[in-house]
Every structure is written in C-alpha cells, then in structure tokens.
Design a protein around this ligand. Structure first.
Ligand code: GLU
Length: 432
C-alpha cells in the first residue's frame, strides 16, 4: 500500500514540475515579448495582443485501438497571430504535450516566420499520446481523427500544419488525405513535410539540420572559429540532431558527443556518426545499444567549441549554465535554454544563437513546399538549398546586427526582428 502511495506522489510531483516548466516557458516568452515590444516603441495594447494566441482549440479524439477498445486522446491547435497571413506550424505527438506548451510553441512559430520574412503567422498543434507504443494503424486513425476534429480552423489559406516531434511524412500524408476527402478536392497545400510523391519538397527532410548548420557556420565566422577540427556536441539524435551530426562531420568537425532520450555517448576522439546513423531507430534512439553511456546532463557540461541542444525544452538552466564550456550554443530544439540561463551565458560571453533563428530551416522549406504546391511547379534540390541558404544567412545577419546595435543578446534581438512585421500588419489591419 505504502509503495503505491509513494509511486503516485512521485507521479504527481513529476507532473507538477512539468506543468511548472511549461508555465515558465510561456511566462518567459511573454516577458521577452514585452521587452521587445517596448524597445520597438509599441504601446501596451500591442503587448496585450501578442502575449497570448488569438485562438486555441482543444479537441478530444476517439480512436479504435487494435485490441478492439476505444481510447480518447486530447489534442490542441493554437493560432497565435494571423495578421501577416495564415498561421503555420507543426503537430507534435508526445506524452508530455500540454496546452501551455502548445501556446508557447505557436508564439515561437510567429517569431520564426517574422525573422525569416515568411508570409505567415505562428500556429502549433499537439496530441497527448506516445507514438512509440502505438501501431501503424492506430497512428493512422489518430492522425485522421485529429484532422476531422480541427478541420474547420485549418486549411491552405488558414492554418497549415507540418511535422514536429515524433510526427513524420507518413503522418502528413494521412492528414492530407483526410483533409482532401473532407473538402472533396485535392489539397496538397493544406500541410507540409509530405512525402515527395504527394507534393513534398526536395530538401524538407534535412531542412532543419541545414538551417542549423548554416547558423553554426555564421556564428563560427563571427567568433573566428574554424569548423574544421572544431569539437561539436549534439544533444538529441532525432530528425534535426542526427542529420546535423552528419553535416558537421562532413564539414570536417569532430563530433565528440551525441545523445537520445535515454543517455549520451561521448568520445573525445570523435564518434563514428555513420555507424550511429545506421543503427538509430525511427525515434532517434541509439544509446540502448551501448554500455558506456553517460547522462544528457553530463554531456552538456563536456568541453567543446560548439554545443547544439537538439532535443527537448529546459535543458540548459540556472543550475548548469555556469558549467557549460562551449563557446557557441546553437539551439536546434525549441526552448532548450531557460531565460535565466540565457542571461548567465550572455554574461559569460557565450554566443547563443536562439531557437527561433537556428531552428527555422524546417518552416522555411515548408514555406517553399507550400509555394510549389500553390504554383504546381517543383524546384530541384539545388534550387531549394540555395534559397534556404540565402534566407538563413540574411536572417542571421539581421538578428546579429540588431543585437550589436542595441547591445543586447541574440534572443532578445531575434524577438525584436520577429515581432516587427506582425506588429505592423496588426496595426494596418486596425487591431491595435
Ligand atoms: N515543426 C517545425 C518547427 O517547429 C516545422 C514547422 C513547419 O514546417 O511549419 O519549426
């Protein structure tokens, strides 16, 4: 009996701390928005408009499971601001999805679209589920059920979903098919990150990692660090982390650490990335094949020139920011560094390239995919890569020079750049 009570209270505590973490994500996002709005010279009404999403829909999705039972899943779709254009952003399938997190994620999408000058506002969706323990057919029914539940507020000119944590081109294909059936016409521009044969774009699969790679190059240039021979640590081995490790290795860097949800691998002489890529599963798990595994926290504190958190939120905090030895941190994940840690790192002169800049390669190529769907004419891999590079280099420069001009860190600078267009569009529309 006592054991049961202990387990329950631990679970409650874990849930509470997770809720606190996501509330923190939202409130620190709001405090940076407030500061950025103030520095841009807008009034309080503008902050009031931007501090929360304009719309959030909660849905309950009944799914027939393979064993004949029915499970009800909870999902969300959040639309932060559609002054510039339709909202845009991924859908994540994860047991720790919650409303506050989806809200914050949709706000970050607005910033990403603003920084990269894409004709969108930010959106985000999520379903509380664990796809690692679901079958292919259960996932298909869940994906289709989600689209039916949110169909009235999404669409190619309203809100355009995409992949995110634990969702992939197959899930996008089911969602696109369901939406097209509801509408009774083919709607490839409803969703991005589709398989190539269904109107996906060349380069979308690797786009996030390409964007991070270009940001690393730009940051290294400004710090006088050569990528060749630089020691790189990548936390996370999912879509972004695994491709990034490969791109860094191909560029001549020494990738000395990688990790997944269960632990980390570290070798000061450099890891065999091809070997690890061959063995990772579709959720990016690979450390279970090894015995000499260290923890994610230990990995973050190892000596290196470039550190890339490419896993989940709240990894670099007040507790460990002082122990980080990297000279450059480039955030491939959404929200890996807390606001307090951002300030500690800035004081220590660590160059931190924030998530809303570094992880925007994905949504940028999603935009290219949507443009190609709308025009019905498709670009080569080289054309996509060239257009992406230009967007990332220009955006990096805009944020970097704003940080220098205002003598502020790159996160606040990125928020200022990201907010500008959506604030102006909201004003023209007469909202504030
Ligand atoms: N989920 C990705 C992100 O957080 C991509 C979104 C998109 O392609 O629309 O940026």
């Amino acid at each position: 009996m006592e054991t049961v009570v202990t387990v329950n209270s631990n679970q409650v505590q874990k849930q509470d701390s997770r809720q606190n973490e996501t509330l923190n994500l939202l409130s620190s996002t709001q405090s940076i928005i407030k500061e950025a709005v103030r520095r841009l010279g807008y009034n309080d009404a503008m902050y009031e408009l931007l501090k929360e999403p304009l719309k959030i829909l909660t849905v309950r999705i009944p799914v027939r499971m393979d064993d004949g039972s029915t499970k009800i899943f909870t999902g969300y779709r959040s639309q932060h601001n559609d002054a510039v254009g339709p909202t845009k952003g991924g859908v994540r399938f994860h047991p720790e999805v919650d409303e506050e997190e989806v809200k914050a994620l949709s706000m970050w999408m607005s910033l990403k679209c603003g920084i990269f000058d894409l004709p969108y506002g930010g959106g985000k969706g999520g379903i509380i589920c664990d796809p690692r323990s679901m079958s292919f057919t259960e996932l298909e029914r869940l994906s289709r059920g989600y689209v039916r539940a949110v169909s009235q507020i999404v669409g190619p000119t309203k809100d355009i979903p995409a992949p995110d944590v634990f969702t992939n081109p197959q899930i996008m294909a089911w969602m696109m098919d369901e939406y097209s059936r509801i509408q009774e016409f083919d709607s490839p521009g409803f969703i991005t990150g589709k398989p190539l044969v269904l109107g996906g774009s060349q380069g979308r699969e690797t786009a996030t990692a390409q964007g991070v790679t270009i940001c690393i190059e730009e940051a290294a240039k400004r710090r006088g660090i050569s990528i060749k021979g630089a020691r790189v640590i990548v936390q996370g081995f999912g879509n972004a982390g695994s491709y990034l490790a490969k791109f860094m290795k191909d560029a001549g860097a020494k990738v000395i650490g990688i990790s997944d949800a269960y632990g980390a691998l570290y070798d000061p002489d450099g890891l065999d990335i091809e070997y690890l890529l061959d063995r990772r599963d579709s959720f990016g798990t690979v450390t279970n094949l090894f015995t000499n595994v260290i923890t994610n926290q230990e990995l973050l504190e190892k000596e290196c020139e470039i550190l890339v958190p490419a896993a989940i939120s709240n990894q670099i905090t007040r507790e460990n920011a002082d122990k980080i030895k990297a000279e450059i941190i480039v955030e491939a994940a959404n929200g890996p560094t807390t606001l307090e840690a951002t300030n500690i790192l800035a004081e220590r002169n660590v160059l931190l390239v924030p998530d809303v800049l570094a992880s925007s390669g994905g949504v940028t190529v999603s935009y290219f995919e949507w443009v190609q769907n709308n025009q019905g004419y498709y670009w080569s891999e080289e054309e996509v890569a060239e257009k992406l590079r230009k967007k990332v280099v220009d955006s990096f420069e805009r944020v970097f020079s704003t940080a220098q001009n205002y003598q502020i860190n790159m996160r606040l600078a990125a928020y200022m750049v990201g907010i500008r267009k959506m604030a102006e569009a909201s004003q023209y529309r007469g909202w504030v």
